[in-house]
Design a protein around this ligand. Structure first.
Ligand SMILES: NC(=O)c1ccc[n+]([C@@H]2O[C@H](COP(=O)([O-])OP(=O)(O)OC[C@H]3O[C@@H](n4cnc5c(N)ncnc54)[C@H](O)[C@@H]3O)[C@@H](O)[C@H]2O)c1
Length: 278
């Protein structure tokens, strides 16, 4: 068995349930020998004035996340609640790692949210409010910087650590299904990847990369996007190799997580070659 990640500690964000891309990536990291620390959206001591509905949602989400991790990855995997919109929540996760004397070799950012995508519909960009725009940016882009800052400032990231964020072709192009507001947030995420790659590479040989994956309807986030079923079919028939599988993505993430590579600031495609089409 390939044990390339043996002795490495990997933080996995963004597991909702067994259909999450993050879960499939976590499994591959584990198979390759990594120790996993998983964060899931849930209630934290820093949430204030929550409605009953919000409490129920956060409790249910966290319990689904914990059950998924236990069943799919094992009882011994460390889990921690994280809401990336709250700085204290991010910092308390980093403090927890510090207290446990963890050193982090890799981080997967697999977090996205856009309130303009609701009940299978995506709002036209001309109707997006300032708040909706900022929310999508906050959760889907700034969160990468916020998490890494918090880890870096506590010296938790080893020299040569590797960070990967998940993105989509809709960051660059107006794709064949509505992606709109979240596309702008993904563009910011990818640009952040490059700025972070420059600073962190020079300072500590830390690599920061993003991967654009094929449309993937199976996950909660994917199933919410208008027209993704048609997009999956279209991309599958148009791409030279058809749509990439989640397993292809997981293997590419592990490749970028392996020790001593010199790849950074890349926006890679794991999409069966769809991105070369005009
Ligand atoms: N599904 C696709 O077609 C597709 C394609 C390419 C890239 N991606 C990207 O892959 C990543 C994972 O998406 P997925 O398809 O596995 O869906 P998913 O719904 O399983 O994952 C999205 C995750 O974001 C988390 N999240 C949302 N708000 C949060 C917050 N405030 N704090 C902490 N976590 C929060 C959710 O809890 C969830 O676990 C996303 O970045 C997505 O944009 C998805």
């Amino acid at each position: 068995m390939n044990q390339t990640l043996k002795g490495r500690t990997v933080i996995i964000t963004g597991i909702t349930d067994a259909s999450s891309l993050a879960l499939i990536i976590a499994k591959e990291c584990k198979d390759q020998g990594a120790k996993l620390i998983c964060t899931g959206l849930g209630k934290t001591p820093f949430h204030k004035n929550l409605s009953e509905n919000s409490i129920n949602f956060l409790d249910r989400t966290y319990s689904d996340f914990q059950n998924t991790v236990k069943q799919e990855l094992g009882e011994d995997v460390v889990t921690f609640p994280l809401d990336v919109t709250i700085q204290e929540s991010i910092d308390s996760f980093a403090d927890f790692l510090l207290e446990k004397k963890e050193t982090i070799h890799s981080l997967l950012h697999s977090i996205a949210m856009d309130k303009t995508i609701r009940q299978g519909k995506v709002k036209p960009i001309m109707t997006v409010s300032r708040e909706e725009f900022m929310d999508a940016m906050n959760v889907s882009s700034f969160s990468l910087l916020a998490i890494v800052q918090s880890l870096y400032n506590r010296n938790l990231l080893v020299k040569g650590a590797s960070i990967v964020a998940l993105s989509y072709l809709g960051a660059e192009k107006v794709v064949i299904h509505p992606y709109k507001n979240i596309g702008v947030a993904k563009a910011a995420l990818e640009r952040l990847v490059k700025e972070m790659a420059m600073e962190l590479g020079k300072e500590k040989e830390i690599q920061v990369n993003a991967i654009r994956f094929s449309p993937y309807r199976a996950s909660k986030a994917g199933s919410a996007i208008e027209g993704l079923e048609e997009a999956e079919i279209h991309c599958h028939t148009s791409a030279p190799l058809g749509n990439a599988l989640a397993k292809d993505l997981a293997e590419e993430v592990c490749y970028l997580f392996r020790p001593s590579n010199r790849i950074t600031g890349e926006i890679r495609h794991v999409d069966g070659g769809y991105h070369i089409r005009g």
